[in-house]
Design a protein around this ligand. Structure first.
Ligand SMILES: [Zn+2]
Length: 278
């Protein structure tokens, strides 16, 4: 039987029968594959714990008629363990894994997405930055790789040089006064600078940002992601973040940022939690 070996990140698992699991792996060279882990739910399973979401493994599988089966799994980086100890990091990782699952197709190699996810998980595990910033950087860059790079400086419609005050999801980001559709938001200029820094990987700017702008940036990032995916990312509901952008400075306070006339409303993400507001 044909065998193959690859590095992979475990995206999710589902129960199968009494003791097995279907494991969705995001592999470095093959892209996303769904494989069967036989007996992995038994407590004495040799590699059950290695096939948990967020783990990076070296796997060997053999090709089956329908689903391939894992025959070996060695831990390359126990990010899952390190991340699970911190709830904020855990919810951020869950949202990243689900987003990756949604943005990739089975058996379509996607090396850039793989490297991005691996780097973001490592960053969460090593506590390099605020987990909320790591999540937003991941989401913006994953969307950019998927072909939906938002603009945070020049006008997303006509290219007029920024910075511009208005931000419009449907238009793809910042919009100039000439192009600005009704109902565009007007986030703080510092928020757009932060998002541009996250997209570019400028951590000096991102780490030095104000919590207020981080919250507003998370709201814009969530809304932008939701707008591009037909259904909401369920895990984002667990992440403590501002999901409604402050519209008090907006041209049209009644308009919610996520709304768009041409599209039915996307699944709402979590109501803004009040506990962490200053
Ligand atoms: Zn314009």
């Amino acid at each position: 039987m044909p065998l193959y070996r690859d590095q992979a990140i475990v995206l999710r698992t589902q129960k199968l029968g009494e003791a097995d699991r279907i494991v969705t792996l995001f592999t470095r060279s093959l892209g996303k594959v769904r494989v069967v882990g036989k007996g992995v739910r038994r407590t004495k399973s040799r590699f059950g714990a290695r096939l948990e979401p967020g783990m990076m493994v070296d796997v060997q599988c053999y090709e089956g008629r329908n689903l391939d089966t894992v025959t070996q799994a060695e831990t390359l980086a126990p990010y899952g363990d390190a991340i699970a100890r911190d709830y904020t990091a855990y919810t951020a990782a869950s949202a990243m894994l689900e987003t990756c699952d949604r943005l990739t197709e089975e058996r379509e190699p996607a090396l850039q997405q793989y490297l991005l996810l691996a780097g973001a998980l490592r960053s969460l595990a090593e506590r390099s930055h605020d987990p909320a910033l790591v999540l937003d950087a991941y989401l913006l860059r994953a969307l950019a790789i998927a072909g939906w790079a938002p603009s945070f400086h020049d006008c997303a419609r006509c290219g007029a040089e920024g910075p511009h005050r208005a931000f419009n999801l449907a238009s793809g980001g910042s919009v100039c006064p000439m192009c600005r559709p009704p109902g565009s938001a007007a986030p703080a200029p510092e928020t757009l600078e932060l998002l541009a820094a996250l997209l570019a990987g400028d951590w000096v700017v991102a780490d030095g940002s104000d919590p207020r702008h981080r919250r507003e940036g998370s709201g814009l990032t969530s809304a932008y992601l939701q707008w591009h995916l037909e259904r909401g990312i369920r895990s984002l509901r667990l992440v403590d973040r501002e999901t409604r952008v402050d519209t008090r400075r907006s041209d049209s306070p009644a308009v919610e940022l996520g709304g768009h006339a041409d599209r039915p409303s996307t699944t709402p993400v979590a109501p803004a939690q009040t506990g962490h507001r200053a």
